[in-house]
Design a protein around this ligand. Structure first.
Ligand code: FAD
Ligand code: NA7
Length: 540
C-alpha cells in the first residue's frame, strides 16, 4: 500500500477480544494489509481476559462458543466440559493468536482515547492514553458489547476497608475462600458467581434487586466420543447455527406453546430443564416464549414451580420468585436456587430492604442491620453496546462527534457502520444480531473484510453508510424488538440498567440467519445503503 503521504497502517483495530483477534487475522493474514490492533488490557481475550471471577464461563455450549474459520483447529484443539470456563477460553484465544502469529501486531496496555477522521487525507488518526498517534485508512472498532463496567453509587462506598471488586475486573490475587463475601447483582454473571462462591466463602450475602429466572446449565464432562461426534459433524453444526436465530447449536422450536396440552408443555419444559441451557429452554422448547404472553407465563410458571420445589426455606423461596415476564437474556447456571439451601448463604431482597450505606466494615440495609464483609463484589453488569464508545472521542466528517450523533441512542446500519464516519467499521455495533456472539462476530468480520477487500480492489477510497439506510435499519430493529416481550422488562439489552438512559433498541431480533441473508443481499446489490467514493485520497 504505497501512498503520497506516510500513513502508519492500512487499518487499525481497537480491541483484542474474539472480534479484534479475528479482524486482525482477516485484514492482515488474508487481505495482506498492514494492521495494528490495540487493547487497553495487558493481555488478549477481551471479556475472557477481564472476567476472572470464580465461576466465570460461557453460558453457550463450548462447541459453538468458538471460531469456525479455522477448520484444522476445530479438529485439533480439544476441551473436556460442555461449557468452557474462563481460563480455558482465554487459553484457546491465546492459542488462536499464537497459531496465526497475531501477537506481533497487537499492542497491549494501550487505551485508545480518540479517533479522528481527516477527510482531506482519508485517514483516521488514533491517539493513545500515552499520547502516541497512529494513522490508518480504515478503523475497525471491536470494543466489546459488554466491556464498560457499571458500579452502583452507594453512600459510603469509599469508606469500605475490605476488598471492593467488579466481576469484570477480577484481581488475580483475590481468594474468597473462607471469607465473608457480599455480592450485588444476580444477572448471568452474579448467578454464576453465587453458585461457585457459595461453596468457597465462609459466608455469602446476596443483595438481590430483581429475582431471576434461572434454568440449569446441564454442564458436565464432555466425553471423547461426544467430542469426536461434534468434530465429525462440524460443517453441519456451523451451517445450522448460521441459519438459525440464536446460533446456539440447537434447532429452535416452531411449535407455539399453547398449541399443545398442558401435560405436553410440562413434559417439554421438564426435558429442557433436565437437558440444561438457558437459550435452549427459551427458544428450543416452544417458538413463542419470547413473543406470546401466555407462552411466556407457562414457561415462567414452570420455573417458579422449580424454585418452590428446590428452595427449602419458604421465605427465601418467596424472595427468589420472579415477578416480571421471562424476557431478559436467558440465564443458566449450576445449582443457583440450590445455593440458598446452604447455611452459609443469606439472601437480602434490596427491593424490600434497600441498601442504606456502606461502612468501613460492611453494608447497612434499611432495617438497620450491618452485613459485615471482607469482600463486596459488584456483579452489576455493563453499559451495553455503546458504553465503551462513550468514553472515547470519536470524530468523523466535519469533526462531528459520535457521542453527539448517538445522544438519542446509538445507531448503526447493519450493526457495522454509521453515517458521517467513513471507513469506520464496528464489530458488534448497535443493532447487530441478538445471538450467540462468536458466530455473529465471524459474520461481521467476514463481511467487513469482504467490503474492505472490494474497496481495495476497486479503487474505492471511502465507504460510508447513508442516513436513510441507517434509519430504515433502526426502524426495522425497533419493530422487531417490539414484536417480542423483551422491551417490556428492564435490562441491559435496551440500556435500562443505566439510570437516566433512554430506552434504545440495540439488537436485531430476527436472528442470525435472517441477519446474514440481509448482509448478503446488501453486498450483492453493490453495497446498497453505502456510498462508495472512488478516487484517490491523499493517503491512498
Ligand atoms: P470483548 O471481548 O469485550 O473485547 C473488547 C476489547 O476491547 C476489550 O479487551 C477491551 O479492553 C478493549 N477496548 C475497549 N475499549 C478500548 C479502547 N478505548 N482502547 C483499547 N482497547 C479497548 N456471549 C455469548 O455469546 N455467549 C456467552 O456465553 C457469553 N458469556 C459472557 C460472559 C461474561 C461474563 C461476559 C461479560 C460476556 C459474555 N458474553 C457471552 C458476551 C461476550 O462479551 C462476547 O461473547 C464476546 O466475548 C465479545 O467479544 P468482543 O471481542 O466483541 O468484545
Ligand atoms: P446484568 O445482566 O446487567 O446483571 C446485573 C445485575 O446487577 C442485575 O441483577 C441487576 O439488577 C443488578 N444491579 C445493577 N445495578 C444495580 C444497582 N445499582 N443496585 C443493585 N443491583 C444492581 O449483567 P451481567 O454481568 O450479569 O450479565 C451481562 C451479560 O454479560 C450477560 O447477558 C452475559 O452475556 C454476560 P436487576 O436485575 O437489573 O434488577
Amino acid at each position: 500500500m504505497t501512498g503520497k503521504r506516510t500513513i502508519d497502517f492500512d487499518a487499525i483495530v481497537i480491541g483484542a477480544g474474539i472480534a479484534g483477534i479475528y479482524m486482525l487475522h482477516k485484514l492482515r493474514n488474508e487481505l495482506g494489509l498492514t494492521v495494528r490492533a490495540f487493547d487497553k488490557a495487558a493481555g488478549i481475550g477481551g471479556t475472557w481476559y477481564w472476567n476472572r471471577y470464580p465461576g466465570a464461563m460461557s453460558d453457550v455450549e463450548g462447541f459453538v462458543y468458538r471460531y469456525s474459520f479455522d477448520k484444522e483447529m476445530l479438529q485439533e484443539y480439544g476441551w473436556n466440559t460442555k461449557y468452557i470456563p474462563q481460563k480455558q477460553i482465554l487459553a484457546y484465544l491465546q492459542a488462536v493468536v499464537d497459531r496465526h502469529d497475531l501477537g506481533r501486531d497487537i499492542q497491549l496496555d494501550t487505551a485508545i482515547e480518540s479517533a479522528v477522521h481527516d477527510e482531506d487525507t482519508g485517514t483516521w488518526t488514533v491517539v493513545t492514553g500515552d499520547g502516541e498517534r497512529f494513522t490508518a485508512r480504515y478503523l475497525v472498532t471491536a470494543l466489546g458489547p459488554l466491556s464498560s463496567r457499571t458500579f452502583p453509587d452507594i453512600k459510603g462506598r469509599d469508606d469500605f476497608r475490605g476488598r471492593l471488586v467488579h466481576t469484570g475486573a477480577w484481581p488475580d490475587d483475590l481468594d474468597i475462600t473462607g471469607k465473608r463475601v457480599g455480592v450485588i447483582g444476580t444477572g448471568s454473571t452474579g448467578t454464576q458467581f453465587i453458585c461457585t462462591a457459595a461453596k468457597l466463602a465462609g459466608h455469602l450475602t446476596v443483595f438481590q434487586r430483581s429475582a431471576q429466572y434461572c434454568v440449569p446449565s446441564g454442564n458436565g464432562p464432555l466425553s471423547d466420543e461426544h467430542l469426536a461426534e461434534i468434530r465429525a459433524n462440524y460443517d453441519k453444526i456451523w451451517d445450522q447455527a448460521r441459519h438459525s436465530r440464536v446460533a446456539c447449536g440447537f434447532e429452535e422450536s416452531d411449535t407455539p406453546a399453547m398449541s399443545v396440552s398442558p401435560e405436553e408443555r410440562r413434559r417439554l419444559f421438564q426435558a429442557a430443564w433436565d437437558r440444561g441451557n438457558g437459550f435452549r429452554f427459551m427458544f428450543g422448547t416452544f417458538s413463542d416464549i419470547a413473543t406470546d404472553p401466555a407462552a411466556n407465563e407457562a414457561a415462567s410458571d414452570f420455573i417458579k414451580s422449580k424454585i418452590k420445589e428446590i428452595v427449602k426455606d419458604p421465605e427465601t423461596a418467596r424472595k427468589l420468585m420472579p415477578t416480571e415476564l421471562y424476557a431478559k437474556r436467558p440465564i443458566c447456571n449450576e445449582g443457583y436456587y440450590e445455593s440458598y439451601n446452604r447455611d452459609n448463604v443469606t439472601l437480602v431482597s434490596i427491593k424490600e430492604n434497600p441498601i442504606r450505606e456502606m461502612t468501613p466494615t460492611g453494608v447497612v440495609t434499611e432495617d438497620g442491620v450491618e452485613h459485615e464483609l471482607d469482600v463486596l463484589v459488584f456483579a452489576t453488569g455493563f453499559e451495553a453496546v455503546d458504553g465503551s464508545y462513550k468514553v472515547m472521542d470519536i470524530r468523523g466528517r466535519d469533526g462531528r462527534g459520535l457521542g453527539e450523533c448517538w445522544k438519542d441512542g446509538a445507531t448503526a446500519y447493519l450493526g457495522v457502520a454509521t453515517p458521517g464516519f467513513p471507513n469506520l467499521f464496528m464489530v458488534l455495533g448497535p443493532n447487530s444480531a441478538f445471538s450467540n456472539l462468536p458466530p455473529c462476530i465471524e459474520t461481521q468480520v467476514e463481511w467487513i473484510g469482504e467490503l474492505i477487500g472490494a474497496a481495495e480492489a476497486g479503487g474505492t477510497v471511502a465507504v460510508e453508510a447513508t442516513k436513510e439506510a441507517e434509519e430504515e435499519w433502526t426502524a426495522l430493529c425497533r419493530s422487531l424488538a417490539d414484536y417480542t416481550l423483551f422491551p417490556k422488562v428492564a435490562s441491559w439489552i435496551f440500556g435500562a440498567n443505566i439510570p437516566g438512559k433512554k430506552s434504545t433498541v440495540m439488537f436485531y431480533f430476527a436472528g442470525l440467519g435472517a441477519y446474514r441473508e440481509k448482509l448478503r443481499e446488501v453486498a450483492d446489490a453493490g453495497y446498497d445503503g453505502f456510498v462508495l467514493r472512488q478516487g484517490s485520497s491523499a493517503a491512498a
